[in-house]
Design a protein around this ligand. Structure first.
Ligand code: C5P
Length: 234
């Protein structure tokens, strides 16, 4: 049986409305490069990843000026209306190159501080357990569930709560089918794992690093710059 190869997909077609401003967050500058260049560069540094599909807004011409897009392992696909549509478009762009049993690592463009050692830990645990998995962080805060009037309905058991990060690593065929099913059902799919869970597949939680933050608000940029300047982590 041929070895299962690994592919990357980076959804980068969002407009990042919570950041304010005209520039989508993946094109903001941090530590000498755009957020997207850091995220893409981290996946390209993994020799195990055969190629990386970047899903871009169809009218986005910014990558034409970015050196990392000249890498022959980069494939461009047109993104969609929702994050999951962009991921599906990325998976479809791999048709003909990748097999259904190959692994795909989906990584948010907006997570520029991902470290190679965390990607390798995810790959090692997913391969060892032969079970799709995601990087995640145990929750440290006490977590409340709110009612509509913003009073507390319940305090959740934080010992079993994790914050999902990316990359998220699954067999390509199962992920494509799970995302397509979730789209038909119309449920909210904010990451790949939720589509896999809905389809009844197990998802392994692999401890990541606190520095693998998702750029969402303006205050996240200086934090990301700090983490990029301290790759040894905390
Ligand atoms: O908005 P959010 O932070 O959840 O976006 C996560 C990632 O999904 C970002 O990298 C963003 O560019 C991407 N995205 C996309 N297509 C969309 C919406 C978001 O590729 N329609």
């Amino acid at each position: 049986m041929p070895a299962r190869r690994c592919w990357g997909v980076i959804p980068a077609a969002g407009i990042g409305s919570r950041m304010g401003g005209d520039t989508p967050k993946q094109y903001l500058q941090v530590a000498g490069a755009t957020v997207l260049e850091h995220s893409l560069g981290a996946l390209l540094e993994c020799a195990e990843i055969a190629a990386v599909v970047v899903a871009l807004h169809p009218e986005d011409s910014r990558p034409a000026h970015m050196a990392c897009f000249e890498d022959e392992r980069v494939i461009i696909a047109p993104g969609g209306a929702e994050r999951s549509d962009s991921v599906l478009a990325g998976l479809e762009a791999l048709a003909g190159r990748a097999g259904d049993s190959d692994w795909v690592l989906v990584h948010d463009a907006a997570r520029p501080c991902i470290r190679g050692e965390d990607i390798r830990r995810l790959m090692a645990e997913v391969n060892a357990r032969n079970c799709g998995g995601i990087l995640a962080q145990p929750v440290n805060d006490t977590v409340k569930r709110a009612r509509d009037d913003r009073t507390v309905e319940a305090t959740l058991d934080r010992s079993r709560l994790w914050r999902a990060q990316t990359p998220q690593m699954f067999p390509l065929g199962l992920l494509r089918d799970a995302l397509a099913q979730a789209r038909e059902r119309g449920g909210a799919v904010t990451d790949e794992a939720s589509a896999m869970e809905m389809a009844g597949h197990p998802v392994l939680l692999v401890p990541g690093s606190p520095g693998n933050l998702k750029i969402t608000l303006p205050a996240d940029l200086p934090l990301a710059a700090w983490y990029l300047g301290h790759p040894e982590g905390v």
